[in-house]
Design a protein around this ligand. Structure first.
Ligand code: ZN
Length: 111
């Protein structure tokens, strides 16, 4: 049985998450609008180039960041950083993306 306080807390957390998602959607829409305006006026004749650059960037971000876990020591990331959790692995800590490069995280346990 969840206490009233627990329920209120859960409701607050849910509301905060919904507010954040809504704000993020607003920001994306604003960014898309800005890009649309830039493309419409040709962005100094570079509209198409800008679009291709954005697509390149998206494709780059889809490549996963490989986190190699040696027998001892921290994770060595494929983007050239090192990271260590106090306990457990990224999944147990809710980490899905590399905090350094922003790419999706993929584990490679070296035994
Ligand atoms: Zn990375």
């Amino acid at each position: 049985m969840i206490s009233d306080e627990g329920q209120m807390q859960a409701a607050r957390v849910t509301r905060d998450a919904a507010d954040k998602a809504s704000a993020a959607a607003d920001r994306m829409e604003a960014a898309a609008h800005r890009i649309g305006v830039l493309l419409e006026d040709g962005y100094g004749g570079n509209g198409l180039r800008l679009m291709l650059a954005l697509e390149d960037e998206q494709a780059r971000n889809k490549k996963p960041c490989i986190w190699n876990l040696p027998a001892e020591g921290p994770y060595m990331t494929s983007c050239g950083e090192a990271f260590e959790f106090t306990v457990d692995r990224p999944k147990e800590n809710g980490v899905k993306f590399c905090p350094f490069c922003g790419c999706e995280l993929k584990l490679n346990i070296i035994t």
